[in-house]
Ligand binder design. Structure first.
Ligand SMILES: Nc1nc2c(c(=O)[nH]1)N[C@H]1C(S)=C(S)[C@@H](COP(=O)(O)OP(=O)(O)OC[C@H]3O[C@@H](n4cnc5c(=O)[nH]c(N)nc54)[C@H](O)[C@@H]3O)O[C@H]1N2
Ligand SMILES: Nc1nc2c(c(=O)[nH]1)N[C@H]1C(S)=C(S)[C@@H](COP(=O)(O)OP(=O)(O)OC[C@H]3O[C@@H](n4cnc5c(=O)[nH]c(N)nc54)[C@H](O)[C@@H]3O)O[C@H]1N2
Ligand code: SF4
Ligand SMILES: [Mo]
Length: 673
């Protein structure tokens, strides 16, 4: 406190971003007056992005929801302001009605997004898993099949401390755009470069990150595995592979190598669109490199063969000088860093919950007696009508569900398609803990100001609802009733958190970011690992597939839809958040198109064109750009609310697998209006 009565509080940005920046707020008379980054943050060193600096504006934005709202007809916008008491009454009567008819809660669906990844916000999981048999709706952000599979056997990710990237002598960036999405990594890359490291960026788009590269490889989408296989082949032929390490720590290498030897180099180069010269530059740099870092982004994960591409890179890393060397590693954003009790709930297989993809949810036929339809839906931290593929289908599903509740801070298109909208607090108005999915730091978020207007924290919403359910019947909801947010959060600590971080409660986070106790895998630059890397997936063998570390072709454009549509993450938004603050100069959504491709169709720069496929057709401004190749269009995802265009109308979805497997496997055609 000072003469102006300014109070300082510690916060952490809860967005689904790599950095998880810690910051300080300064509060006078219960109002935020200033924010700045925490200079002692070991990863971000006090720097925030433009969105981080805009939090005060976001917090007091005139569009922030102040009260609970109810509308009978979803999508009508005919919202009536109601009290919390009335809101709980409506929810409770729906839930009781369901329970009375079914004796369980399967008709109650919940869909959670990544809008806020704080431990506090996993209270939704906690609540819904504490009821008997609810239904979890699985969307694109819920599961990352490729990542998950890799994490199961890629123990090498446990070795990696991303700040050691500065010690790398070669950095290979596959399908990630850290200059936009992970800005705090850039100084580490630049530091390594200054010491002589070579940086290779592999991306179909010439991105802001590619501009930093010593070598930029414009790979053909979804073919990174072919390049990774060619690199292993080249290193083997040059007798450079780490034979001792391979013998001691891997299985299936000989069979894998047999197949690698059969690869036709020219055929593979053609497949991935890489020149012989680029391949030989990469090989020569690899041979000279002491420590190699592979940074893998969403670009790989978003293709149907992403898992294979990922594994092919991992195989390269295992076979060549990555393990056990400081400044080496395979780095990616990993959900497995979520280790607090409520974050682990969705992985517990003994819980009797039903998991449904959106497509499956749509297929549920209310007239079939053995299928339980969704009758009530709870949406939190999510804006699926913008972020999910096929938003029209999602909207249709919501329309059919009798009672939809959305908890948010703003009236999004998803909130507009809900019956009840519940206003919730921001991270300045609640206590929370954040675990970084990238650098693994854990930080405390203090409550600095009271909840805005009638907003309630998500913990408070769930707790009040659970208390009301208990009054009706004390046997149907086992959600623990704690007396404060702090107490609830303290109950989420466990042995793993304690072992990895030496922290037992939020009071251990008061002094700053907790970082994991260093892995014992690297000792004096010598790896000490007990696990084995399998070049051949055991699952794959059982199914008669080829070894999974081998490149497998993915989906390809067709004659009717010859362009790839890549829809990556934009610099001035965080998925569907922040767009309304207009932090960028662009005021509307646009599509990058290569001038040559545009001229062949007679499209001029700035012309409004149509982009279409079998799913839908959108109208959008074409912008000439040499940053895209001739057969790719780029549109940033998440434009809302300053655009009528929703690119996810064109994006495909798989019935069986979570949609994230293939967001970038979208093929379109282009035409004049
Ligand atoms: N500013 C900002 N930062 C963010 C976000 C945001 O919306 N805005 N979102 C956050 C979230 S939720 C996430 S998941 C991360 C995502 O972070 P990143 O993984 O860095 O981002 P993406 O934009 O999904 O895609 C990265 C790159 O992959 C390329 N790509 C597409 N297909 C392929 C391919 O087959 N091979 C290769 N090699 N490259 C390919 C794309 O052209 C793109 O440049 O960023 C986080 N950080
Ligand atoms: N075409 C295309 N689509 C994509 C992607 C892509 O690359 N291309 N990326 C995908 C990826 S990687 C991701 S992670 C998803 C992200 O998509 P979503 O999971 O939907 O995430 P956001 O758009 O960041 O935020 C969703 C909502 O959360 C709200 N919110 C923020 N804080 C809170 C809070 O504390 N409580 C509650 N209840 N709500 C809050 C925000 O206001 C926002 O409306 O999108 C996916 N969709
Ligand atoms: S969005 Fe990312 S870079 Fe920006 S303040 Fe939040 S964590 Fe930091
Ligand atoms: Mo994401």
């Amino acid at each position: 406190m000072n003469k102006y009565n300014t109070h300082q509080f510690r916060h952490v940005c809860p967005r689904s971003c790599y950095s998880t920046c810690t910051m300080y707020s300064y509060v006078e008379n219960n109002r935020l007056v200033h924010l700045n980054g925490d200079p002692n943050d070991p990863y971000t060193k006090g720097k925030l992005c433009s969105k981080g600096f805009a939090y005060k504006e976001r917090n007091y934005h005139s569009d922030r929801i102040k009260f609970p709202y109810y509308q009978k007809v979803k999508g009508s916008g005919n919202f009536k302001q109601i009290t919390w008491e009335k809101a709980f009454e409506l929810i409770l009567s729906q839930m009781i009605n369901i329970h009375q008819r079914y004796n369980h809660f399967q008709p109650l669906g919940f869909y959670k997004g990544t809008g806020n990844l704080g431990v506090h916000h996993f209270v939704t999981e906690d609540f819904f898993y504490s009821l008997d048999q609810t239904t979890r709706i699985v969307g694109s952000s819920y599961s990352n099949g490729g990542y998950d599979a890799i994490q199961d056997d890629m123990w090498i990710t446990q070795v990696s401390d991303c700040s050691l990237i500065k010690k790398s002598s070669m950095i290979i960036i596959w399908g990630a755009n850290p200059s936009v999405t992970n800005i705090h990594l850039t100084p580490f890359i630049i530091e390594a470069k200054a010491k002589g490291a070579k940086v290779v960026v592999i991306d179909p788009l010439y991105t802001q990150t590619a501009m930093l590269a010593d070598l930029y490889i414009q790979v053909y989408p979804s073919t990174d595995g072919a390049l990774a296989n060619l690199l292993i082949k080249g290193l083997f032929e040059a007798n450079e592979l780490d034979k001792r390490f391979i013998k001691e720590h891997t299985s299936g290498f000989d069979h894998f190598l047999e197949q690698i030897n059969r690869i036709d180099k020219q055929d593979y180069l053609l497949k991935c669109g890489v020149s012989e010269e680029a391949l030989s530059i990469m090989l020569s740099w690899l041979k000279d490199a002491e420590a190699v870092s592979h940074i893998i982004g969403n670009g790989l994960q978003q293709h149907s063969n992403g898992e294979h591409n990922f594994r092919a890179i991992n195989a390269l890393a295992v076979a060549y000088r990555v393990i056990g060397k400081k400044g080496s590693g395979v780095f990616f954003k990993s959900n497995r860093n979520m280790i607090f009790n409520n974050q682990l709930l969705s992985q517990k297989t003994e819980l009797k919950n039903r998991f449904l993809t959106i497509d499956k949810m749509n297929e549920i036929n209310p007239y079939l007696s053995n299928y339980v339809p969704i009758e009530m839906m709870w949406i939190s931290c999510a804006n699926p009508l913008i972020q999910e593929p096929n938003p029209k289908l999602f909207s249709k599903c919501l329309q059919r569900i009798p009672f939809v509740v959305t908890v948010d801070q703003f009236i999004t298109p998803t909130a507009l398609m809900s019956n009840l909208v519940l206003p919730t607090t921001t991270h300045f108005e609640e206590v929370d803990i954040m675990v970084s999915l990238w650098h693994k730091g854990i930080a405390l978020n203090e409550k600095a100001i009271p909840p805005y207007a009638k907003c309630k924290s998500e913990w408070n919403i769930m707790r009040e609802l659970a208390s009301r359910i208990n009054k009706y019947d004390s046997n149907i909801c086992s959600f623990p009733i704690h007396s404060s947010e702090e107490e609830y959060l303290n109950a989420q600590f466990n042995e793993k958190v304690s072992d990895l971080y030496h922290i037992q409660s939020i009071s251990d986070l008061k002094e700053g970011v907790a970082t994991p106790i260093q892995s014992t895998i690297v000792k004096n630059d010598e790896p000490s690992i007990t696990e084995i890397f399998h070049f051949e997936s055991l699952n794959g063998q059982q199914n008669g597939n080829s070894p999974i570390s081998l490149f497998t072709e993915g989906k390809m454009p067709t004659k009717d839809f010859p362009f790839w549509l890549i829809t990556p993450h934009s610099p001035y938004a965080l998925n569907s958040q922040f767009q309304f603050l207009h932090l960028d100069e662009e005021k509307e959504s646009f599509a990058w198109i290569h001038p040559k491709a545009a001229k062949e169709i007679g499209i001029y720069n700035g012309e409004v064109i149509k982009i279409y496929n079998e799913r839908d057709c959108i109208e959008i401004k074409a912008v000439y750009s040499y940053q895209v190749p001739k057969d790719i269009l780029m549109i940033y995802q998440g434009w809302y609310p300053n655009s009528e265009i929703n690119i996810n109308q064109l994006v495909s979805m798989d019935k069986e697998q979570p949609a994230s497997e293939k967001l970038y496997d979208t093929f379109v055609n282009v035409g004049k209006l």
